[in-house]
Design a protein around this ligand. Structure first.
Ligand code: TRP
Length: 337
């Protein structure tokens, strides 16, 4: 059997990935390169679905790509590219939108949640069709498996439905992709408010750890993380949400069971535990931060790497679009000459 192709995307919506992005996605993408044919995309078109600043988007798109490389995505072994550099994504979205039911799209819970936040009238049409663009991303590459978090399961299901429907109506065109639900690290919560999820939109800067935080900042944030009035290091979601969160983070970074860690620190107080956790985090993040900075210091080099990724992605995307146009009854662009 040939190597399975995986495709995944990440939005460039912040100036740094955060701890949750790293543990829940990026780190696992890196591992998947070992035995998969991996295609990874910075999905900057998805970022157009909410209000944004063009300069910030441009910067964040570059920083996202640099961080992925710095974290271990190898742009020679895998294909790493920017969604906007492969125009077939937008084109296939339109074709797929014709086989997507309005009701079906209306049932996407992520859209409903996001639209409820801004008020349904101010939500963009792009936010509504976001899952169709995501399906296009996946189907263009004849993807076998899509590594995503649990929150994307419904979108994945829609991609499968659209692939199957198109194939059924117009003839076999797409591989029907499987979800590859990434190992959940468990809920990583806000360091200052440990019952709320750590998130770029709702956490305060002190409550969230960014992949690009300086070592001194990481140490401070961990030292000041909210715990409780006891001094025992043990997991207890109910009564010790702060300590439990730190244990979970420690466990994920060190690949060590929470119970073992708790047993080791037990009654020695929170100080040593927090110090050690901060050092583990710094050991993991500082080299990624340094590599990211080095990559960003050479913009031409980065541009070349991404152009190469886009070329390789486009070769696959074009082939798929040729079949799509053919099956859907659309003449392609005439050969120019
Ligand atoms: N919607 C995904 C998320 O928020 C990002 C994404 C866009 C994606 N296109 C994709 C993920 C294609 C996997 C495959 O996480």
């Amino acid at each position: 059997m040939s190597t399975r192709r995986v495709f995944s995307g990440i939005q460039p919506t912040a100036d740094s990935f955060h701890l949750g992005n790293y543990l829940g996605a990026v780190r696992q993408w890196v591992a998947l390169q070992e035995d998969r044919d991996a295609v990874y995309c910075v999905v900057n078109l998805h970022a157009l679905t909410v209000p944004y600043d063009p300069e910030a988007l441009r910067r964040r798109t570059r920083v996202a790509a640099a961080q992925l490389m710095a974290a271990g995505i190898d742009p020679e072994r895998s294909i790493l590219f920017l969604q906007s550099q492969v125009p077939e994504h937008a084109e296939l979205t339109w074709v797929l939108s014709g086989v997507t039911g309005f009701g079906e799209a209306s049932r996407m819970t992520q859209f409903k949640d996001k639209a409820a936040k801004t008020g349904a009238d101010s939500a963009s049409v792009g936010l509504f069709t976001y899952p169709v663009l995501m399906a296009a991303d996946i189907l263009l590459y004849q993807t076998d498996e899509v590594p995503v978090g649990e929150d994307q399961r419904q979108h994945l299901e829609l991609s499968r439905t659209l692939a199957g429907r198109f194939n059924h109506r117009f003839g076999k065109t797409f591989v029907v992709p499987d979800a590859y639900i990434l190992r959940a690290v468990g809920k990583i919560t806000d360091l200052q408010d440990p019952v709320s999820k750590m998130s770029k939109t709702s956490s305060s800067p002190q409550g969230i750890i960014d992949l690009l935080d300086e070592p001194g900042v990481i140490r401070k944030k961990i030292a000041r993380a909210v715990t409780d009035a006891e001094s025992q290091v043990r997991a207890d979601e109910e009564n010790k949400p702060g300590v439990t969160n730190l244990l979970r983070i420690y466990s994920a970074l060190a690949s060590e069971p929470m119970d073992d860690i708790a047993a080791r620190y037990g009654d020695s107080g929170y100080g040593t535990f927090k110090k050690d956790l901060a050092e583990i985090m710094v050991d993991t993040f500082a080299p990624i931060r340094e590599r990211t900075m080095a990559i960003l210091a050479d913009p031409d080099g980065l541009e070349k790497v991404l152009a190469n990724g886009a070329d390789r992605a486009r070769a696959i995307a074009r082939e798929t679009m040729t079949a799509v146009r053919d099956h859907a009854g659309l003449p392609g662009a005439p050969a120019s000459g």
